[in-house]
Each structure stands twice: as C-alpha cells, then as structure tokens.
Design a protein around this ligand. Structure first.
Ligand code: NAD
Length: 310
C-alpha cells in the first residue's frame, strides 16, 4: 500500500531515506540548504518534516505546521525540535536513537586509547619539530576502571567494547540497568559518587536535562583520582567546562576528551590551551555507517507509523 503524504527534508541526509519514502509513494521535497525563513513559509503544506542537526524547528516554525503529523530527527538528541510546541499541535516527534550507538562508542574507545598513550599530543609535537619519546610514557587500558554514566544505547555499547579490552566496568544510571548487559560485562553497579571516586576513565552518556546540567562540576571533579580522565560525547553543558579547565590546569585531573561543548562551534575554547585534552568538532555520529543506519531507521519508522503499526 502506498501513501501520498508530502515530506520536507530540511537537512542533508543519506539518500536511503529518500528512497524508502519514495518507494512507499510519499512525495519528497529534499531541500538540504533550506533556511528557517523558507521553512516557515512552506511548512504548512507538509505532512512530515525531517531534520538532522543543521535545522532547528522552533516553536515559531512549528506553530505554522498545520498539516504536519510527524517530525523526524535523523539522529539521537531532540534538542533541535521544540517538543512542547509539537505536542500542542498533536505532532508526533520521532528520532533514530539506535543509529549512532556504535559510532559514538567507538569514538570514546579511540579517545581512551589516545589519552592513555598521548597520541594526539605526540602527533602535534612532531609537527612542531619536537620528539617527546621520553616524556610520552603512557599507560594501558587493560585492567583499568571505566565508569560509565548513563547506560542507555551508547553507554551499553561502550561497556561491551571496553570489556573486550579487559577493562573493569562501573555503571551508574537513574533507571534500573539492563541485567543481561550487566552480567555480560561483569558490571559493577555504583552510585555516582562511588563511580567518580573509583574510575580511571569516566565516560558520560546522559541527555542534557535540567537534572544533568553541570552534573560533573568542580565539587564532583575534586573527588576523582588525580589521574582520572573525563570523556564527554553526550552534550555540552553536562560537564562544567570552566571547572574542567581549572582541574586540568592545576593537575587535579589526568586528562579529558570532549566531542561536545557548551558553545558550538567551540572555536577559541580555552581548553585548547591544554596539552592533556583532545577536542573534536561534535563528530560522534559522523560515520558513513551511522548516517545510513539513522536514515534507514527513520524511513522505516515513518512508514510503520503511517501503516498504524507503531
Ligand atoms: P539513551 O537515551 O539510550 O541513554 C541515556 C541514559 O542516560 C538513559 O539510560 C537514562 O536513564 C540515563 N540518564 C538520564 N539522566 C541521568 C542521570 N542524571 N544520571 C545517570 N544517568 C542518567 O541515549 P543514548 O543514545 O545512549 O545517548 C546518550 C547521549 O549521547 C545523549 O545526550 C545524546 O544526545 C548524545 N549523543 C551524542 C552524539 C555525538 O555526536 N557526540 C551522537 C549521538 C548521541
């Protein structure tokens, strides 16, 4: 059975999404460069609106979406969609939560390996004409304690990957942790304070909410091991960057790797002054595989909703 709904795709997405929708008879307008003003002008004629991360669907825009039934985000976080405004208009908001889990978890693994052996710094110094062989004595991940805060899709995938490197996994979540997963990786469940005090690496995988804003602040950092390394690939704002800067500069923490920042693009961020920090430009989900998986999941979900299956 085909559908004749009209779809506006506002950002660049993997072509597989377009194909799934068109194969099911939907009318797709692919406008990856569309401006907010243009969206406001034309959104009233579409039944389905799709965004990735470039476009923000504000209340002002959503209030004009009179025929819209579904807003889809081809990714995980829904921070760029005003969900309250969507709910008021009876618009269902969906995401592709599982699409990025392996990509982000692998990025964290790369961060841990790079922090342990200071590969980013070694590369930087060679380019500056310095051969720091003696200074760059590293450590190994095997046997170290990895504290994972938030054991949803990404946190669990990371636990499984890190277990393969013989790391010990400590986990904290506000909801009960998946028992099967806990058994599989030999997870030690802990409260947040115990996790922070015991971990060599701390990786954060929670959404940004009022309750998680500056979850890792100066007080929490003061309880961690001086050699501990913090990795944040969740959302800027979950870690207090000023406190992190002070702790790293004063030798109270061992290192950090950040993919997300309170202010993005994070050009000019003072953390870039420090040697024991790795910064990447929010590339957690930026793999070919993750983008294609997210596009597939989004397309399939839309079709299932139209069929009344979910
Ligand atoms: P998820 O919803 O599957 O898991 C989040 C987990 O955090 C849940 O189990 C939840 O109970 C837990 N949680 C919520 N509040 C908590 C708190 N105060 N303390 C401890 N745990 C708490 O989400 P996910 O797919 O694993 O994504 C995790 C984060 O990664 C999100 O912030 C998402 O936006 C971000 N993300 C970033 C990128 C990137 O490009 N860097 C890509 C994808 C996702």
């Amino acid at each position: 059975m085909g559908f004749d709904d009209s779809v506006l795709i506002c950002d660049e997405v993997d072509p597989v999404l377009n194909k799934i929708l068109q194969d099911n008879g939907l009318n797709v307008s692919y406008e990856p460069k569309i401006t907010p003003e243009q969206i406001k002008e034309k959104i009233s004629s579409f039944n389905i609106v799709i965004v990735r991360s470039r476009t923000t669907l504000t209340r002002e825009i959503i209030e004009k979406a009179d025929k819209c039934k579904i807003i889809a985000r081809v990714g995980v976080g829904l921070d760029n969609v005003d969900q309250v405004a969507a709910k008021e208009k009876n618009i269902r908001v969906i995401n592709a939560a599982e699409g990025a889990m392996n990509a982000v978890a692998e990025l964290v693994l790369g961060f841990m390996l790079s922090l342990a052996r200071q590969t980013a710094r070694g590369d930087r110094e060679i380019r500056n004409g310095k051969w720091l062989k003696n200074e760059l004595k590293g450590t190994e991940l095997r046997g170290k304690y990895l504290g994972i805060i938030g054991l949803g899709n990404i946190g669990k995938r990371l636990g499984r990957l890190a277990r393969a490197l013989n790391m010990n996994i400590i986990g904290y979540d506000v909801v009960p942790i998946d028992e099967e997963f806990a058994k599989e990786v030999g997870l030690m469940k802990a409260d947040l304070d115990t996790l922070l005090q015991s971990s060599d690496y701390i990786s954060i995988h929670v959404p940004l909410l009022d309750s998680t804003y500056h979850l890792i602040n100066a007080q929490k950092m003061s309880t961690m091991k001086k050699t501990a390394k913090i990795i944040n690939t969740s959302r800027g704002g979950v870690v207090d960057e000023d406190a992190l800067y002070d702790a790293l500069k004063n030798g109270n923490l061992g290192g950090a790797a950040l993919d997300v920042f309170e202010k993005e693009p994070a050009i000019g961020n003072k953390l870039a002054e420090l040697d024991n920090v790795i910064l990447t430009p929010h590339i957690g989900a930026q793999t070919k595989e993750a983008q294609s998986l997210a596009a597939n999941i989004t397309g399939e979900k839309i079709i299932q909703i139209l069929r009344g299956v979910i």
